[in-house]
Design a protein around this ligand. Structure first.
Ligand SMILES: O=C(O)C[C@H](Nc1ncnc2c1ncn2[C@@H]1O[C@H](COP(=O)(O)O)[C@@H](O)[C@H]1O)C(=O)O
Length: 465
């Protein structure tokens, strides 16, 4: 057999590439390396701007040329870094040598020794991860999930008043509206997103064991913690003053747990929509040219929601593993985080792919109001709750002498199908006030939805977490 040409092992880089490729801008190895170069370059500018160790501030042109190494980072840089790393076998040292080579190219050899000055690799790595993860979340993941939530909100508003039989334990229960049920998901998701918006992206910059030892011995006259804080906050991150060699990654655990929580809510949405489709509550729009089943020509399968469900499970497993393992590092550091963090993009990729599939799935379903109405009309016994509650209120108000209204309704309805006529006759025979009797006689399963429609309007209230 002829060996295949080199193939991607991950489906994210294969069949699903188009849906997730935006994440590669930040969460690929090249994205990480570009951020590392950015941190090294900004540290050089920071040190020289303050004339530390007798250096002179760079001119505006020199700074622009140096920063262009970051903004022009492309295939040439990717290849050069790979060549460096093949020799150093140390990814961050390779970045340092690459930056030194750029300094040489720009005639800035005089400041070469300030490259990676007093830094440990993690000083560069942790800031790079904070910058890239923050950008991926802000520029790609959040906008896509927000668009999905907005689509869902529109559906909730469209179906605000459409009555639907509820199923608790899978059994007919007090009716609701389809809009209210979808609004529950919108509300839940927005609460989690509010938490994600508040995540702090922390950065440390304090040397090999977080003590500023190298900085202090090189120039004891500087306030190194203050300079470190200025540098980290200058990158738009939150300064972490107290760490071992590594940033402790607690912010990452917080973020990944929240992203996973949002994913679990989406997973619940998928299984519910799948079930509604199976019950005929949503019909699926046939896509021209598409095939449902390879052997059963009549079928349209809910594959978008099934794909999303599976991808949310994969994303969840990875996010959970990241959140669990990143917060442990033996003594002042071990290198396990280096390996696991390389999969942050994979975790977000599966999550983004799920979001994409749900978005597409929602565009392909329509509410079957006739089916919802028919199911309501076949389950008049769900009014048993209404009747027993009204009778209890009437007894309390002294307008009825009925003993144990619950037992009365239980005898009539438990395990029994009761139709409209039977229920009406039962209500007519009740010893209760005239107004209550009239209210109950007018009730149908489709109108026994309480305040469900109006509750959808709570979506206009900003969520608090
Ligand atoms: O500043 C330092 O480097 C200090 C050093 N700790 C390290 N900190 C960060 N990176 C290090 C460290 N050690 C190795 N490496 C390099 O990490 C890379 C690991 O590769 P992979 O397993 O693929 O994730 C791979 O490129 C490794 O070479 C220490 O001795 O404490």
């Amino acid at each position: 057999m002829t060996p295949l040409p080199p193939q991607p092992l991950s489906p994210l880089d294969g069949r699903y590439r188009a849906a997730v490729s935006d994440l590669g801008e930040q969460l690929s190895e090249a994205g990480l390396n570009r951020a590392r170069v950015q941190v090294e370059v900004e540290w050089l500018v920071f040190l020289t701007d303050r004339s530390l160790f007798g250096s002179s501030p760079l001119s505006d042109e020199q700074k622009a040329a140096l920063r262009a190494v970051v903004t022009d980072f492309g295939q040439e840089a990717i290849d050069a870094l790979a060549r460096e790393e093949a020799v150093t076998r140390h990814d961050v040292k390779a970045v340092e040598y690459y930056v030194r080579a750029q300094l040489s190219r720009l005639g800035l050899d005089s400041i070469a020794e300030l490259t990676h000055f007093a830094c440990t690799s993690e000083d560069v790595n942790n800031l790079s991860y904070a910058l890239t993860v923050r950008a991926a979340v802000a520029d790609t993941w959040l906008p896509r999930i927000r668009t999905l939530i907005d689509t869902l909100e529109q559906r909730a508003l469209d179906y605000r008043d459409t009555p639907m039989l509820a199923l608790t334990h899978g059994q007919p229960a007090t009716p609701t509206t389809m809009g209210k049920e979808l609004a529950v998901f919108v509300h839940r998701l927005r609460r989690v997103l509010a938490r994600i918006d508040r995540v702090e992206y922390l950065g440390k910059f304090s040397g090999a064991t977080g003590t500023f030892a190298a900085h202090q011995v090189a120039d004891p006259g500087q306030d190194w913690p203050a300079l470190s804080e200025e540098f980290v906050t200058g990158l738009g991150l939150v300064w972490n003053p107290l760490t071992t060699q590594i940033e402790s990654h607690d912010w990452q655990a917080e973020l990944y747990q929240a992203v996973n929580h949002a994913g679990r809510i989406l997973h619940n949405l998928c299984t519910d929509v799948w079930t509604y489709i199976s019950m005929g509550y949503f019909t699926q729009t046939p896509v021209k040219g598409a095939t449902g089943s390879s052997t059963m020509p009549h079928k349209i399968n809910p594959i978008r929601f099934e794909n999303a469900e599976a991808n949310l499970e994969l994303a969840g497993a990875l996010l959970e593993s990241l959140a669990q393992t990143l917060v442990t590092s033996r003594l002042q550091r071990d290198l396990t985080d280096s390996t696991t963090q390389r999969n942050i993009g994979v975790a977000f990729g599966h999550s983004l792919l799920a979001i994409d599939n749900i978005q597409r799935g929602l565009a392909e379903i329509n509410l079957n109001e006739a089916k919802l109405a028919a199911d309501l009309d076949s389950n008049w016994e769900v009014l048993a709750e209404a009747i027993q509650t009204v009778v209890r209120a009437e007894v309390t108000a002294g307008r009825s002498q009925i003993k144990d209204p619950y037992a009365l309704l239980k005898e009539l309805t438990r395990g029994n199908r009761v139709d409209h006529a039977q229920l009406l006759a039962f209500v007519e025979g009740l010893d209760i006030g005239a107004a209550a009797k009239e209210r109950l006689a007018a009730l149908t399963p489709a109108t026994y939805t309480g305040l469900a429609s109006g509750l959808v309007d709570y979506l206009k209230t900003p969520p608090t977490a």
